[in-house]
Design a protein around this ligand. Structure first.
Ligand code: ADP
Ligand code: MG
Ligand code: ZN
Length: 476
C-alpha cells in the first residue's frame, strides 16, 4: 500500500515589541532570572492586564502578509492548565474569535510553487521557563519570558512531505524577519514549530490518526523529525497496527521521536473568554494604515529583481535572503548601472568578507555607494578586476573609499600604450629563447609573456591592451 503524508504546522513566533503583551515589563532576552517581572506577569491576585497596541499592529502585519481575513472584533480567552511555568494557572490566548483567519502562503518547493492554507493567526502570551540543573535537587523557574507576546500561526493540513514542511517554515520565517516583527532566532525559541502528521492511503480523502511532534529547534530537525515519523507510522500501518493519537518529542541525539508523558496529554483546557480584557476592535482605517507600512515581501522582491535587473533566479534568491542585503544590492546596482556585475561582487567577495566575521549587511563597512564606484572604476578601465579584489579587501578593512586607496597605492591601470610598450620591449629582450619559440609556432608561450608583463607592472597592465601589444610585438 502506498501512503500519503498529511502535515499541518503550528508555529509560535515571538514578537519584537520592547514590552510584554499585558504589562510594561521588558522583553529583553538574557536578563538575570525574574528581573523582568511585575505583579501583572507574575499573576498576583487583583491585577488587570492591559493590551499592548504594538502587539496587535505586528500581528495584523503578519495577517496581511499571509493573505488572512482580519476579524474586526476578536477576543482573548483563557486556556487553563497547571504547570509551574504558568503563574496564573491559565494562559491568555485567543480561541473562538482569533485575530485572523483563512489565509494562505505561496511556497516554492522542488516541484514548483505550492499554495498552503493558513487556518488562523492568533495572539497570546508566552509562559515562563523551567530550569533543571542536574547537579541540584531543585528545579528553578524564570518568569522573565512570562507575558512575552507571541503569535501562533496554524496551517491547514495541506503539506504532503517533510521537504514541503521545511519550505513552508522557511517562507514563514523569512516573512516574519522581513516584516521586522520577529528576530527569528530558533535557538532562543523566538520561532518554534509543532508538527502534526498522519498518513492516509494514496487516493483516500479521509485523514488518518495524527501525532503531534515537538522539540525541534531548527528547520533541519523539523524535516528530520517528520521523515522519521512518516516512516514510523508507515511501519505500524503496514503491519496492520493502529496509530495512537499522542504528542511525541523529537530526540535529536538519537534521531527518533518518543511519546511524551505529562502536561499536554488528553487535555481539557476549559477555554472561556477572558473577562479582564475587552473585545479587540480593529477597524478598516487602522488596517489600511498598517498595510501602508508593509515592505515588499521576499517572493515578490525575488521576482522583481529577476525582471528589473535580468538576474538569474539563483542570484535573486541569494540577494533577497535578507532585507538589508537586498536593499544594499539594489542601491549598488542602481548607482553603478551594471546589475549583474554588482550581483557578482555582492554575492561573492563581499559576502565572503562578511561571513568570515559573522557579520550581516546591516553592518557592512563598505557602503553600497563605495562598492558602486569601485565597479565603475573597473568598467571604465581605471583598475583591473584583479586589482579590484585586493582593493575591496582594503576598503573593507580600512573603511576607505576606492579612489583614496588607488591614489595612495598607485593602483591605476596602465592604459598608456607607450609605457606598456617599453615594459614589453624589456621583457622580449631579456627572453630571446621564448621569443624564438613563440615565433616558431609554440603559441603556449604567450601566457609566459602575459605573466612577465603583469609581474613587471604589479598586475596593473590593462589586460586587453597588453594582449594586443604582445600579439603585435611578438609577430614574426
Ligand atoms: P490542536 O489544537 O489539538 O493542536 P488543531 O485542530 O488546532 O488541533 O490542529 C492543529 C494542526 O494539526 C493544524 O495545523 C492542522 O492542520 C493539523 N491537522 C489536523 N488534523 C490533521 C491530520 N489528520 N493529520 C495531520 N495534520 C492534521
Ligand atoms: Mg496543537
Ligand atoms: Zn510584567
Amino acid at each position: 500500500m502506498e501512503y500519503e503524508p498529511v502535515i499541518g504546522l503550528e508555529v509560535h513566533a515571538q514578537l519584537l515589541t520592547s514590552s510584554k503583551i499585558f504589562c510594561a515589563c521588558s522583553t529583553a532576552f538574557g536578563a538575570p532570572p525574574n528581573t523582568n517581572t511585575c505583579p501583572v506577569c507574575l499573576g498576583m491576585p487583583g491585577v488587570l492586564p492591559v493590551l499592548n497596541r504594538k502587539v496587535v499592529e505586528f500581528a495584523v502585519k503578519m495577517a496581511l502578509a499571509t493573505n488572512c481575513r482580519i476579524n474586526t472584533y476578536n477576543r482573548f480567552a483563557r486556556k487553563n492548565y497547571f504547570y509551574p511555568d504558568l503563574p496564573k494557572g491559565y494562559q491568555i490566548s485567543q480561541y473562538a474569535l482569533p485575530l485572523a483567519e483563512d489565509g494562505h502562503l505561496i511556497v516554492e518547493t522542488a516541484a514548483g510553487k505550492k499554495r498552503i492554507g493558513i487556518t488562523r493567526i492568533h495572539m497570546e502570551e508566552d509562559a515562563g521557563k523551567l530550569i533543571h540543573d542536574e547537579h541540584n535537587p531543585y528545579s528553578y523557574v524564570d518568569l522573565n519570558r512570562t507575558g512575552v507576546p507571541l503569535i501562533e500561526i496554524v496551517s491547514e493540513p495541506d503539506i504532503h512531505s517533510a521537504e514541503e514542511a521545511a519550505a513552508y517554515l522557511r517562507a514563514l520565517h523569512e516573512i516574519l524577519v522581513y516584516l521586522g516583527i520577529c528576530d527569528g532566532n530558533m535557538e532562543e525559541g523566538s520561532f518554534r514549530c509543532d508538527a502534526n502528521v498522519s498518513l492516509r492511503p494514496k487516493g483516500q480523502e479521509a485523514f488518518g490518526t495524527r501525532t503531534e511532534l515537538k522539540n525541534m529547534n531548527s528547520f533541519r530537525n523539523v524535516q528530520r523529525a517528520l521523515e522519521y515519523e512518516i516512516k514510523r507510522q508507515e511501519y505500524i500501518l503496514e503491519g496492520g497496527g493502529e496509530i495512537v493519537q499522542e504528542t511525541r518529542l523529537w530526540d535529536d541525539s538519537q534521531g527518533v521521536t518518543n511519546p511524551m508523558r505529562g502536561k499536554e496529554e488528553a487535555h481539557d483546557y476549559r477555554y472561556f473568554p477572558d473577562p479582564d480584557l475587552v473585545t479587540v476592535h480593529i477597524d478598516e482605517t487602522w488596517i489600511e494604515e498598517i498595510r501602508k507600512t508593509l515592505p515588499e515581501l521576499p517572493m515578490a522582491r525575488r521576482e522583481r529583481l529577476q525582471k528589473e535587473y535580468g538576474l538569474p533566479a539563483y542570484d535573486a534568491g541569494v540577494l533577497t535572503s535578507s532585507r538589508a542585503l537586498a536593499d544594499y544590492y539594489e542601491e549598488a546596482a542602481r548607482l553603478c548601472g551594471a546589475p549583474k556585475i554588482a550581483a557578482n561582487w555582492v554575492m561573492g567577495d563581499l559576502l565572503k568578507l562578511l561571513n568570515e566575521e559573522g557579520k550581516t549587511f546591516d553592518a557592512c563597512p563598505v557602503g553600497a555607494a563605495s562598492l558602486a564606484r569601485m565597479i565603475r572604476l573597473i568598467e571604465d578601465g581605471t583598475i583591473s578586476g584583479k586589482i579590484a579584489k585586493e582593493l575591496l579587501q582594503e576598503m573593507y578593512a580600512a573603511g576607505k573609499e576606492p579612489e583614496e586607496i588607488i591614489a595612495e597605492r598607485g593602483l591605476v591601470q596602465i592604459t598608456d600604450e607607450g609605457a606598456l610598450k617599453a615594459v614589453i620591449e624589456e621583457i622580449l629582450a631579456a627572453n630571446p629563447a621564448q621569443v624564438a619559440q613563440y615565433r616558431a609556432g609554440k603559441e603556449k608561450v604567450f601566457g609566459f609573456f602575459v605573466g612577465q608583463a603583469m609581474k613587471a607592472t604589479g598586475g596593473k597592465a590593462n589586460p586587453r591592451l597588453l594582449n594586443d601589444l604582445l600579439k603585435r610585438m611578438l609577430a614574426p
